[in-house]
Design a protein around this ligand. Structure first.
Ligand code: NI
Length: 265
């Protein structure tokens, strides 16, 4: 049976919790037992025709999502697009892709060899967006990718799944500011991504974001297991625009720093 918006996000959340075990504890801490509304969920891919951004987006377009803002991250060699559903309570979706033609020939060769291992029609499968890394990758390949692009290394190790979920802070009853959320997280022992400051963005750009540093999990590489940074949890507070409605876009300069939440420490 085809996914509904709810069933897809439930499946994504179940998979995400296996890669980001602290998400469950963060949920409990911030929600105080109440359900948490997600601002957005983010995905990563490569811009090869077999797996490009549009292949991931197709799953959301089929559920009524519409393409919105486009973003470019020059330094990280990424392009991104965000999607919104007519139901404002449905999470926004942020999909980025690595522009391989801007990367080294070695990186391109490794990535092409990984993607070539995907079965035909893999991206159309209902479970594609939480199917993980369905290819063999060695620790040496992972480290070589990591030296050039943290993004590529993460994607090689973890594949297709939510890179992060994001708490909609506007909808939290017990917290009025992102600073208060961050303080509660730190008091509970969670580490925040401090790249560019704990709070990325401001009221002036209508969006404030923060995130935890990625959890670490054991990944089975083709030549053994290693413990590496996996997924993280993000927090977003949105401000009203001139017409009174909340800003729904993203701020490239902030997202640029958020990407660093999965950096190896
Ligand atoms: Ni995000």
């Amino acid at each position: 049976m085809a996914h509904t918006v709810d069933s897809l996000f439930n499946a994504l959340w179940a998979d995400y919790q296996t890669q980001c075990p602290s998400a469950t504890a963060v949920h409990r801490l911030l929600g105080g037992g109440q359900p948490i509304i997600n601002d957005h969920v983010a995905f990563r891919t490569f811009n090869l025709p077999e797996v490009e951004l549009d292949k991931l987006a197709a799953h959301f377009l089929a559920l009524g999502y519409e393409p919105k803002g486009e973003y470019r991250f020059e330094q990280k060699k990424l392009k991104a697009r965000h999607f919104e559903h007519p139901n404002p309570k449905a999470p926004k979706v942020f999909i980025s892709e690595l522009l391989l033609e801007e990367c080294s020939v070695e990186l391109q060769a490794t990535v092409k060899a990984l993607v070539a291992q995907l079965p035909a029609g893999a991206t159309e499968a209902e479970e594609f967006l939480y199917s993980g890394a369905r290819w063999q990758v060695s620790q040496a390949q992972y480290r070589a990718l990591l030296a050039e692009s943290e993004y590529a290394a993460w994607l090689a190790a973890f594949g297709y799944r939510a890179n992060h979920f994001t708490v909609n802070v506007n909808e939290l009853e017990q917290f009025a500011t992102l600073g208060a959320v961050n303080q509660a997280l730190k008091d509970a022992g969670f580490e925040l991504n401090a790249s560019g400051g704990e709070i990325k963005g401001s009221a002036e750009v209508l969006l404030e974001q923060s995130s935890t540093l990625a959890d670490k999990v054991a990944v089975r590489f083709s030549d053994g297991e290693a413990i590496i940074p996996s997924c993280f949890y993000e927090f977003a507070l949105r401000y009203p625009q001139a017409d009174g409605t909340l800003y729904t876009g993203f701020v490239a300069a902030s997202a640029d720093k958020i990407f660093e939440s999965t950096d190896a420490r």
